[in-house]
Design a protein around this ligand. Sequence first.
Ligand SMILES: Nc1ncnc2c1ncn2[C@@H]1O[C@H](COP(=O)(O)OP(=O)(O)OP(=O)(O)O)[C@@H](O)[C@H]1O
Length: 260
Amino acid sequence: MNNIELKYGRAKKIIGVVSGKGGVGKSTVTASLAVSLANKGYRVGILDADIFGPSIPRILGIEDVKGKVEIVNPQEVAFTPVTTKEGIKLVSFNSYIAREEDVAMWRGPRLTATLTQLYQNTHWEELDYMLIDMPPGTGDTALTVMQSYNLESIVVVSTPQSMVSMIVKKLTSMANSLGIRVSGIVQNMSYLECGGCSEKINIFSSKSAKEHTLEIGEIFLGELPMDPKLTESMEKKEFSKYVISRPEFAELAGNLEIMG
Ligand SMILES: Nc1ncnc2c1ncn2[C@@H]1O[C@H](COP(=O)(O)OP(=O)(O)OP(=O)(O)O)[C@@H](O)[C@H]1O
C-alpha cells in the first residue's frame, strides 16, 4: 500500500502510540508525551485516531473547544486543529462534532477514510513530532495507520502482566511484519508509591516492569505509577501541570527522543 502524504504541513517524526488491550493508559501516555515534548520546546501534534473512544480532548482539558472545517471541493474538506495552551495541535473526531457524546456508527472502510482525511487534510504546519493515539489492538485502523501513514516507529503502552504481554507480542509481530520499528514499551500503572517511603509496590505481579518488557523482547522506555492524582489532574484541567511536576514523564520523553 502507498504512503499517504500530508497535504498541509510536515512532521519530522510520526510516532504511533499503540496498545494490545484497551484501558491500559495509551491515551494518557500519548497526552503526557505530547506535554513533555512540548515542554522541551518541540512542535507537537496529536492525531486522536481512536474515533470510537476519543479521550485526548478531555485529558488535555479542551473538550469544549472546536476545530474548524473548511470545504476544499465537493469531495474534500480541510481541518484546522485545536491548539492547547501548551501549543500542542490536536485533531480529534470529538473536536469536529456538535456534542462530544455523539457517536460514529461506522464500519471499517468509512472509519479509515475519515481518519485518513483527518491525518492528511489538517493544517498541521511544521511539526517535530506527530503522535498518533491509535485504537487498541491489531484491527482495521491499526493496519491502515501502520501500512500507509509515514510512521517513524511505534511506542507500545502496556501494563506489567503476562496476559497483557502476550497480546503485546501480537502487536509487535504485526509491526515487524509490516517493517515498522518498535521504539519500546511503556509500562503504565506499574506500581503504587509507598506513602512515606521510597519503595515501589508492584500492583499486578511480583516481576518488575523491566522483567516483563524483557519477556516481550523489546526496549523498556519507562514505567509510570498508578496515581489517583493523575486522574484528579485531568478532572481539574491541570494535566500538563501534573505531568511537568513528575520526573518520570520527562524521563520517558527523553528516552523517546533517543529511541524514537
Ligand atoms: N498511571 C495512571 N494512574 C492512574 N490512572 C490512570 C493511569 N493511566 C491511566 N489512568 C486512567 O485509566 C483510564 C484509562 O486510561 P486511557 O484512556 O489512557 O486508556 P487507553 O488505553 O487509551 O484506553 P482505550 O484504548 O480503551 O481508549 C483513564 O480513566 C485514565 O485516567
